[in-house]
Design a protein around this ligand. Structure first.
Ligand SMILES: [Zn+2]
Length: 239
């Protein structure tokens, strides 16, 4: 079976899998490097993940490759539709995707903190003794698949602009790296920026083992009253 990549390149399916694996591996390494550089600018040292974290990091890259591969096949068979236009929908689709994924991931994270799911699956996201940029990829393979399928479900249901998808994926990695810096960053004092999650927000979640379930914003934690008790609203939350 052959595939047609971006309308100009043809190759075998196994070649596509290897290509997507390389892409996912490079992106994961670049994300961690970006986090390490950010830490350096803050005068902090990046600590290498231990063997257990490295194992989950590798598994996450493999599963992300599988999800990307599945997404590509679904698009190839006409089940996922995407716009290829450079217009206002880039912005509207991006905002829509962030809000929708933020809600869905908040919900999934909330459920995963219920006892049986935490003990069997989500505990992996909390194994890092010290949160570091690589922790973004330290998750249980089942949780990784759940997140992947959640993302593919959104793509199956909604027709999104390709540029908004790319923007969203970049946004996802940047926010993930910031959240997992493992050290507080100075508050900008900007009310709009305080809507987004921060390293302190994530550290508080890991310390308490509950609350602060948001992945991108604090919107749903505010609405569903799961924000850390010390920070009850946007105005007070200056993290
Ligand atoms: Zn958690």
């Amino acid at each position: 079976m052959n595939y047609k990549l971006l309308f100009f390149y043809q190759g075998s399916i196994s070649e596509l899998f290897l290509l997507l694996f390389a892409e996912n591996l490079i992106l994961a390494i670049l994300a961690v490097l970006m986090g390490a550089m950010l830490l350096k600018t803050l005068g902090k040292k990046f600590e290498m993940p231990d063997k257990r974290e490295q194992k989950y990091f590798g598994l996450t890259v493999i599963i992300n490759t599988f999800v990307t591969y599945l997404g590509f096949l679904l698009w190839n068979y006409g089940l996922i539709h995407i716009h290829l236009t450079l217009d206002f929908s880039v912005l509207t689709d991006f905002i829509f995707t962030v809000l929708l994924m933020d809600l869905l991931v908040w919900l999934l994270h909330f459920i995963l903190h219920k006892k049986p799911f935490f003990e069997k699956i989500h505990y992996v996201s909390h194994i890092s003794k010290k949160i570091n940029p690589a922790s973004l990829f330290v998750i249980h393979p089942i949780e990784c698949l759940m997140l992947g399928f959640l993302w593919l479900s959104v793509l199956l249901v909604f027709t999104l602009n390709i540029f908004s998808i790319i923007l969203f994926l970049v946004f996802h990695v940047i926010l993930g790296i910031i959240a997992n810096l493992g050290t507080s960053i100075p508050s900008s004092g900007n009310h709009f920026l305080s809507v987004f999650i921060s390293p302190a927000f994530r550290m508080e979640h890991c310390k308490r083992g509950s609350g602060n379930f948001g992945f991108y914003t604090k919107v749903w934690d505010n609405l569903f009253k799961t924000l850390s008790a010390r920070r009850t609203n946007f105005a007070k939350d200056t993290l």
